[in-house]
Design a protein. Sequence first.
Length: 364
Amino acid sequence: MALRCGIVGLPNVGKSTIFNAITKAGAQSANYPFCTIEPNVGRVDVPDARLDRISEIVQPKATVPTYTEFVDIAGLVEGASKGEGLGNKFLSHIRETQAVAHVVRCFADDNVVHVRGKVSPVDDIGIINLELILADMESLEKQLDKIQKKARSGDKESKTQMELGTKLQDRLGQELPIRGLELDAEEREILARFQMITARPALYVTNVDEESVENGNDHTKAVEEHAAKEGARVVRICGRIEEEIATLEAAEQAEYLETMGLKEPGLNRMIWESYRLLDLITFFTAGEQEVRAWTVQAGSLAPKAASEIHTDIERGFIRAEVTAYDDFIAAGSMNAAKDAGKMRLEGKEYVVLDGDIVYFRFNV
């Protein structure tokens, strides 16, 4: 599975600038509202030093990283749920993503206009969140009108959906996002059918100036305090720095980051925070032809992980030959790891772990 993350925020907060930098896709970026009309989609390789290390040892013909898709969605404004600005068109784009990266402007610059005339990140967050809540309320109401007719006829499944729908309406009516609502496993399964925007996990991306990228500023502290109340994650990034990094070769990037007092690009932090947000892990396959990284949900059983490679492998699953990454590195080769008893044979009930190197045996 590939992570698909929508980048949202008010106009001129730096969404397209960050998108350009992290995807090198050349999405249009300009100093005026609604610059982005159609959503731009960029595919980004997930940086993983483990994949590089495995490849160094195996020496395959090809090395294939897993990837993340970032969708740059046009800036929303107050009243978007009622058609203001560019309206509901862009709210529908958010429904097609698994997570939401909410870019918040945390820098002052008289040369970059703010759609509301002042920099106030928590107020900006409130506007976007309210518009998404209002959009969910409208969508939910339409869906429940249809479900209610079936429920009245005695349809048991529809009654269950109505019960959850009423709970969701109460939550949204308090101007609170659905993602903070405690639900059991059955309710979570039903929730997915409603396609609620505010049910998606959210990551706040504080876009700062160069002076604030290392230690933040008053604006980023305000966002962090707000996020803590929601139980949300926050990552700090400087769009201008990321733009500069994107133009450099790997060696130059490392040197530039060191001069800025940074250990890695903001892109890396953004990707890994998104992974944590969705509870995703990476496993590897390794052979002479190809060393490859794969993304799965944490807690996935071996056959489910195998389906990421091909559904035939899941269908004809026999067993998985599993070697932990650290054991493989310590042994120096797959054969050495096997000789040392570090390769395990696992069945259908094995839960794949982050960093596992797996060879699937199957018969179709």
